[in-house]
Design a protein around this ligand. Structure first.
Ligand SMILES: Cc1cc2nc3c(=O)[nH]c(=O)nc-3n(C[C@H](O)[C@H](O)[C@H](O)COP(=O)(O)OP(=O)(O)OC[C@H]3O[C@@H](n4cnc5c(N)ncnc54)[C@H](O)[C@@H]3O)c2cc1C
Length: 377
C-alpha cells in the first residue's frame, strides 16, 4: 500500500530513531529486563506517542496508518520498547472515544506528548478472555466513587501516571461496566511484583490493587454502564496496533536471516543457494507482506470511521501475530544452532512474538469475533 508523503516522513523518523537509539540497546534491555526510560524519552521528544492524536490534544494530528507504521518500525528492532507505544495507544483510546473535552485536554495531552505513561486495567484473576465477568467494584459515595478490586498483568503498572480501570457499577453483565480514571499516587492504589516473563522482558507487567480508592465522579470515563461498549471500540482501534507490532517483530527476524544466509557457508556454498532455504524465505516474506496489508486495511478503516472494522481489526491482530510466531520460529531454524543462542537476536524475537497471540484478546477470541462478524454481517 502506498503511503502519502506525510506518512512516509513519519515512518522514516521512527526508522531512524529505531536504528540510532533503540536497536543498539535491544539485547541489553531483554537481558536486564530494565524498563527502557531512555527509549521512552527519545520517542516522546519526537512525538511518537501521539502520531494519530489530534493536534489540539498534543498529538501530531496524523492518522492510524502512520501510527501502525511507527509501531512496526520500533518493534522491528525492540519489541519491548514497542509495547510502550501500543500500551499508550490502549490507554489513550478510551479518552478519545468517550472522554469529555476537559478529560481529553488534561489526559490525552499528557499521553500524546509522552509526559505521562498510561495503563489500561481490564484483566482480573478470574476475568481474562471473559472480560464481562470482572469483579472490581465502583460504588458511589456522595460526589465520589470508591473503587475496590484486583487487576492482573497490567502493562506499565507502577511506571504510569494515568490509569483507566474497568469496574462494575451494577450486576448487569455488560451494562453494569463503567470506566474510571485514577491518577498515580491516589491513596489505595498499589502494585504487586513485576512479572518475570518469557518475552518483552523490558516491558513492565504487574498486578494492581485497588483498596478503597476514592475518585471524584468527574473521573468517570464515558457514561455509567457504557464501559463494555467503549471497551469493544477501544479494542477495534488497538488490535491493528498489536498486528503492527507483530509485523515488525517478524520483519526484524526476516531481515536478520537475509543477512545471515548470504554469509553462512555449508557444503561449500552460501546457504541461501539451497532451495529449501529459499522456500522458507519466500514463505516468510509472503506472510509478512500479507500481515502488513491486513494491518493497513484495518488502520485505513479506522481512519475512515468504517463501522465494520471489528472483524478486520481481529483479522489483522490474529493473522499478523500467528505470522510473527511462525516467522520467528523459522528464523531460529534458518540461523541453526546460533539461532538458539542469546548472542543472536532471533531467539529473543521468537520469545517476544508469543505475547502478540495472547494479549488484547487471545487469537482464539479473535477467531470467535471474526466468525461472528462473518455470520452476522
Ligand atoms: C505480558 C502481558 C501484558 C498484558 N497487559 C495487559 C494490560 O495492560 N491490561 C490488561 O487489562 N490486561 C493485560 N494482559 C492480560 C491479557 O490481555 C490476558 O492475559 C488475555 O486476554 C487472556 O486472558 P487470560 O490470561 O485470563 O487467559 P484465559 O482467558 O484464561 O484463556 C486461557 C485459554 O483459554 C482460551 N479460551 C478462553 N475462552 C475461550 C473461548 N470462548 N473460546 C476459545 N478459547 C477460549 C484462551 O484463548 C486461552 O488459550 C496482559 C497479559 C500479559 C501476559
Amino acid at each position: 500500500m502506498l503511503l502519502t508523503e506525510q506518512q512516509e516522513m513519519i515512518k522514516s523518523v521512527a526508522r531512524s530513531i529505531a536504528k540510532d537509539y533503540i536497536e543498539p540497546r535491544a539485547m541489553e534491555v531483554d537481558k536486564t529486563g530494565e524498563f527502557p526510560w531512555d527509549n521512552i524519552k527519545v520517542m516522546a521528544e519526537n512525538g511518537l506517542f501521539g502520531v494519530h492524536v489530534p493536534e489540539e490534544y498534543g498529538g501530531v494530528g496524523s492518522d492510524m496508518i502512520s501510527h501502525v507504521a511507527v509501531v512496526e518500525e520500533i518493534a522491528k528492532v525492540c519489541a519491548s520498547t514497542s509495547v510502550a507505544l501500543s500500551t499508550q495507544a490502549l490507554a489513550t483510546a478510551p479518552f478519545l472515544i468517550a472522554g469529555t473535552e476537559e478529560q481529553k485536554k488534561k489526559y490525552v495531552t499528557a499521553l500524546a506528548t509522552g509526559e505521562s505513561l498510561g495503563s489500561f486495567g481490564i484483566t482480573e484473576p478470574g476475568a481474562g478472555s471473559d472480560v464481562a465477568s470482572l469483579k472490581t467494584t465502583a460504588v458511589p459515595d456522595g460526589n465520589d466513587y470508591i473503587l475496590n478490586g484486583q487487576k492482573v498483568f497490567i502493562t506499565n503498572a507502577g511506571e504510569s501516571g494515568i490509569y483507566v480501570f474497568v469496574t462494575r457499577t451494577s450486576e448487569h453483565r455488560t451494562k453494569g461496566i463503567t470506566l474510571f480514571i485514577v491518577e498515580d499516587g491516589t491513596p489505595g492504589l498499589s502494585f504487586g511484583k513485576k512479572e518475570d516473563k518469557m518475552g518483552i522482558r523490558g516491558s513492565v507487567t504487574r498486578e494492581v490493587l485497588l483498596e478503597n480508592v476514592r475518585v471524584p465522579k468527574e473521573n468517570m470515563l464515558g457514561a455509567e454502564g457504557e464501559g463494555f461498549k467503549i471497551l469493544m471500540k477501544v479494542f477495534n482501534e488497538t488490535r491493528p496496533v498489536v498486528g503492527a507490532q507483530a509485523t515488525g517483530i517478524a520483519q526484524g527476524a526476516l531481515d536478520y536471516c537475509l543477512d545471515y544466509v548470504k554469509e553462512r557457508k555449508q557444503f561449500g556454498k552460501e546457504i541461501h543457494q539451497f532451495q529449501m532455504v529459499q522456500s522458507k524465505l519466500a514463505d516468510m516474506a509472503m506472510k509478512i507482506e500479507s500481515s502488513r496489508l491486513l494491518v493497513q486495511k484495518a488502520a485505513r478503516m479506522l481512519d475512515n470511521e468504517d463501522k465494520n472494522v471489528a472483524g478486520y481489526s481481529s483479522m489483522a491482530k490474529c493473522f499478523a501475530s500467528d505470522t510473527a510466531m511462525e516467522v520467528t520460529t523459522d528464523a531460529v531454524q534458518l540461523v541453526g544452532g546460533y539461532g538458539y543462542i542469546k548472542e543472536y537476536p532471533v531467539e529473543r524475537m521468537m520469545r517476544d512474538a508469543k505475547i502478540t497471540q495472547i494479549y488484547e484478546g487471545t487469537n482464539q477470541i479473535q477467531r470467535v469475533i471474526i466468525a461472528n462478524h462473518l455470520i452476522n454481517e
